[in-house]
Design a protein around this ligand. Structure first.
Ligand SMILES: [Zn+2]
Length: 238
């Protein structure tokens, strides 16, 4: 290598220049140290990422818990039921809510009910579930115990509609409109907590996504640093 002070050729491992006597900064050695530090940082960051991915649910609980730290009871309630309410929200998002029609409604009235459901603002699609389908679903749900259904007529099962919403947070508005319809019987469950639950779910997932993104940025910058350090030419200062 060349001495960075006087430019004369000196051996790679010398600590002092034999010509000008100045202390030599060992570029190769410092490169090696910086590479090692970056590699260690990279490994640590990858480990953190893996830990964050493995403990995804716990981290989400924690974020949710923090969100409700002012309302301890509510926070606890959400954390304990987190999985269940996420499941309910996912089901509603995928297949919609189930709206039952009065048993005594005629076929014509049932069809009209379906048409009216479609007209409601916030309803994306409507799928009819007949009495027979309800009967078969029940039978399938019972599995081996389907014997208990023997002698039951499918006509006692209520017809219903699976109603898909454009935006699940608009549930309250849609529910109000559905309840106004003739022949409305009931909606599967009461989703009073749905709006606040959706908000909790979105905030939690958003915060989690930010954490994962930040770790990924660190990982990429570690890799870039390693590449740059090793591409760096041995600069010679004259
Ligand atoms: Zn020198």
């Amino acid at each position: 290598m060349k001495c960075s002070y006087c430019g004369k050729d000196i051996s790679d491992d010398s600590e002092f220049c034999g010509y000008c006597g100045k202390k030599i900064k060992n570029i190769k050695k410092s490169k090696r140290i910086r590479t090692t530090i970056s590699v260690i940082a990279l490994i640590i960051n990858i480990c953190i990422l893996i830990a964050v991915l493995i403990n995804m649910n716990d981290i989400k609980y924690m974020l949710l818990y923090n969100k409700y730290e002012d309302d301890y009871e509510l926070g606890l309630d959400y954390c304990e039921n987190y999985e269940r309410f996420i499941e309910v929200i996912d089901t509603i998002e995928k297949s919609g809510i189930r709206v039952f029609v009065m048993n005594e409604a005629t076929d014509k009235e049932i069809a009209k009910f379906g048409e009216e459901l479609k007209q409601i603002k916030g309803v994306r699609s409507v799928k009819f579930v007949s009495k027979e389908e309800a009967y078969n679903q029940m039978k399938k749900g019972l599995g081996e115990r389907e014997g208990v259904m023997e002698g039951l007529d499918s006509s006692i099962f209520p017809a219903s509609y699976m109603v898909e919403l454009t935006n699940i947070s608009k549930f309250d508005d849609v529910e109000k409109e559905i309840k106004k319809l003739d022949n409305f019987k009931k909606i599967t469950s009461n989703y009073e907590w749905l709006e606040i639950g959706m908000e909790a779910k979105n905030t939690t997932e958003f915060c989690y996504a930010i954490i994962v993104t930040l770790i990924c940025i660190f990982i990429v910058s570690d890799i870039v640093a390693i590449i740059l350090i090793n591409k760096e030419k041995e600069k010679v200062k004259w």
